[in-house]
Design a protein around this ligand. Structure first.
Ligand SMILES: Cc1cc2nc3c(=O)[nH]c(=O)nc-3n(C[C@H](O)[C@H](O)[C@H](O)COP(=O)(O)O)c2cc1C
Length: 206
């Protein structure tokens, strides 16, 4: 059952990704995510991690709870506040940078949190929600607001909601939203045999 759901989700995702990637910056409509099964599935992403350490924590701020929402919104930099204030949910991700068992540096903590966020995004997209991750926030302010311990690192704030109408955006944001992103060519980063030598499968696929 679970596999079926995952496959179904990924299948849908392949169709939805281009559209959703484009709309992640638009103000979401005022349809709140229901605190239902799908909400908890999204907040509980598949979380493979080095040594099963699971270094991820979230602070969730639904718009429904005005006080909590404003606290996290106030951590964002101004250029993100402008659109993210319309999101139904903000989510701060935090990585524990040391192993719980022995305090040694966990050098894969940020990798594992990024991976969990990618899974969360896929799961959300499969539920027709958009996710926009933001590095543009005041890390120190987040640290102080939530009393985040020294060996933990605030990583990103994500805005989650239903895609909105791009025409409601300012001209600058609309242009940014509607302009397709340029991606690196596969041969520039997929190598085989030695560094910088494009992988055979990639060059044959051109
Ligand atoms: C780690 C990370 C940090 C980002 N920070 C911001 C940000 O602060 N503000 C913003 O508008 N977009 C930011 N983005 C980009 C948006 O999340 C972007 O719309 C989303 O990744 C979809 O991207 P695409 O259009 O490149 O596919 C960030 C993306 C990532 C992965």
């Amino acid at each position: 059952m679970r596999d079926k759901f995952l496959l179904h989700g990924v299948g849908e995702l392949l169709e939805l990704t281009p559209e959703y990637a484009k709309v992640t910056l638009v103000p979401v409509e005022d349809r709140l995510t229901e605190p239902s099964e799908s909400g908890s599935r999204i907040a509980n992403p598949r979380q493979p991690s080095s040594m099963n350490e699971q270094p991820l924590s979230f602070v969730v701020a639904p718009q429904q709870n005005e006080e909590n929402f404003q606290c996290l919104l106030a951590c964002l930099l101004e250029f993100n506040v402008r659109w993210a204030r319309n999101a139904p949910v903000l989510l701060l991700s935090i990585a524990r940078l040391t192993f719980a068992s022995n305090g040694a540096i966990n050098r894969h903590a940020l990798h594992d949190v990024g991976q969990a966020m990618a899974h969360l995004t896929l799961q959300a997209n499969a539920s027709r929600l958009a996710v926009c991750q933001m590095a543009g926030f005041d890390i120190q302010r987040a640290r102080e607001t939530y009393s985040i311990p020294e060996d933990h690192e605030p990583v990103t704030v994500a805005a989650i909601g239903y895609p909105g109408d791009p025409s409601t955006l300012s001209e600058r944001l609309r242009q940014k939203q509607l302009t397709p992103q340029k991606r690196n060519r596969l041969e520039d980063f997929v190598f085989e045999g030695k560094w910088k030598q494009p992988a055979k499968a990639v060059s044959e696929h051109k």
